[in-house]
Design a protein around this ligand. Structure first.
Ligand SMILES: N[C@@H](CCC[C@H](N)C(=O)O)C(=O)O
Length: 287
C-alpha cells in the first residue's frame, strides 16, 4: 500500500510529515526506525503525524516520533513545519491554528514573510514536571542544579517545554563536549525519561549560540524546543534579555519570553523539501 509523505526541514532539523487526516496510518516502531534510516530509508530526525483532534476547539492533533521509533511530547522546529504543511496541503485555510500535543496545546501562526511563529506554551521547572530526580537539598524549581557525570560536576538548568531539557552554559560552543557528554547526560539516572541536552554560549544579552544533543536522535542541526529551553534558562540565570537571537548550525531562530507564567514564543523558517510516496508492507498501511 502506498503512503504519501512530505519531507520538510526547519533549520536543517528534518522531518517526514504524514497526513493522517486523509490517509489511515498505522506505523510500528520498527517501521518508523527503518523509514528514519538515512541509508536504507527516507531519513529524518523526527516523523510528524497530522491527525484530526476529537476536541471542537482544536484544529489538529500533532504526534511526534524520534527516528528510533519512540513517541515524544513536543517538537518546536516540527511545529513550524506542521503549520506550513497543513496550510500548503489545504487541510486548513487558517493562518493561526490550535494544535494538541501529548503535553498541551500550542498555537502556530503563519507570518507574511514566510516564517512561522509558535506560542510554545509556558515552561515548567519543577523536577517532577521535567522529570528530574533532584537531590533532597535541591527540591523546588531551582535555576541551577549540580549533576555528577563520571565524578565531574556539571551546572545545569532543567526546563520542560513539554519535553525535557538540560541546559549548560559553555564558553565556546564549538569546543563543547556535545558528542561525549551529551549522551551521558541524556541517559543520566537522574533523568528517568532521558533528556535533550543543550550547550549554550552567551554572545550578548540578545544573542546565543546553541548546540543540542537530542534525546534519541543525537546532535541535530537545530532543536526548536532546545532553543526555547536555553533562552528560558539564560533569562532565569539573569544572563539574557526577553528576546534573543539563537544561532545554530542549521540557521537562526528568535525566541521571546517575558518570564513567570508567560508563554514562550519561537519564530523561524519552515521549508518543504519534496513530496514522496512509499510502498509499505504488512500491517503498516495507508488507505
Ligand atoms: N527537534 C525537536 C525536538 C524533538 C524531540 C526530542 N528529540 C525529544 O526526544 O524530546 C525540536 O525542534 O524541538
Amino acid at each position: 500500500m502506498k503512503l504519501q509523505f512530505t519531507k520538510m526541514q526547519g533549520l536543517g532539523n528534518d522531518f517526514m510529515v504524514i497526513d493522517g487526516v486523509n490517509q489511515q496510518v498505522k506505523l510500528s516502531t520498527d517501521t518508523i526506525r527503518q523509514l528514519g534510516d538515512r541509508h536504507f530509508g527516507i531519513g529524518f530526525d523526527q516523523l510528524l503525524l497530522v491527525e484530526n483532534s476529537p476536541r471542537a476547539d482544536i484544529d489538529f492533533s500533532y504526534r511526534i516520533f524520534n527516528n528510533d521509533g519512540g513517541e515524544v511530547e513536543q517538537c518546536g522546529n516540527g511545529a513550524r513545519c506542521f503549520a506550513r504543511f497543513v496550510h500548503d496541503k489545504k487541510l486548513s485555510l487558517k493562518k493561526e491554528i490550535a494544535v494538541e500535543t501529548a503535553r498541551g496545546v500550542i498555537y502556530p501562526r503563519l507570518e507574511d514573510n514566510g516564517h512561522v511563529s509558535v506560542n510554545m506554551g509556558v515552561p515548567q521547572f519543577t523536577p517532577k514536571e521535567i522529570p528530574f530526580l533532584a537531590d533532597a537539598i535541591e527540591e523546588g524549581d531551582r535555576v541551577i542544579h549540580s549533576l555528577d557525570v563520571d565524578g565531574v560536576s556539571f551546572e545545569i538548568s532543567v526546563v520542560s517545554m513539554g519535553n525535557p531539557h538540560a541546559v549548560q552554559v559553555v564558553a565556546d560552543v564549538e569546543a563543547a563536549p556535545v558528542a561525549s557528554i551529551g549522551p551521558k547526560i541524556e541517559n543520566h539516572p537522574q533523568f528517568p525519561s532521558k533528556v535533550n541536552v543543550g550547550f549554550m554560549q552567551i554572545i550578548s544579552r540578545d544573542e546565543i549560540k546553541l548546540r543540542v544533543f537530542e534525546r534519541a536522535a543525537g546532535e541535530t542541526l537545530a532543536c526548536g524546543t532546545g532553543a526555547c529551553a536555553a533562552v528560558v534558562a539564560g533569562i532565569r540565570r539573569g544572563l539574557l534579555n526577553p528576546r534573543v537571537r539563537v544561532i545554530t548550525h542549521g540557521g537562526e531562530l528568535t525566541i521571546a519570553w517575558e518570564g513567570n507564567s508567560q508563554a514562550v514564543w519561537m519564530t523561524g523558517p519552515a521549508v518543504t523539501v519534496f513530496d514522496g510516496t512509499i510502498n509499505l508492507q504488512g500491517e503498516e498501511y495507508a488507505a
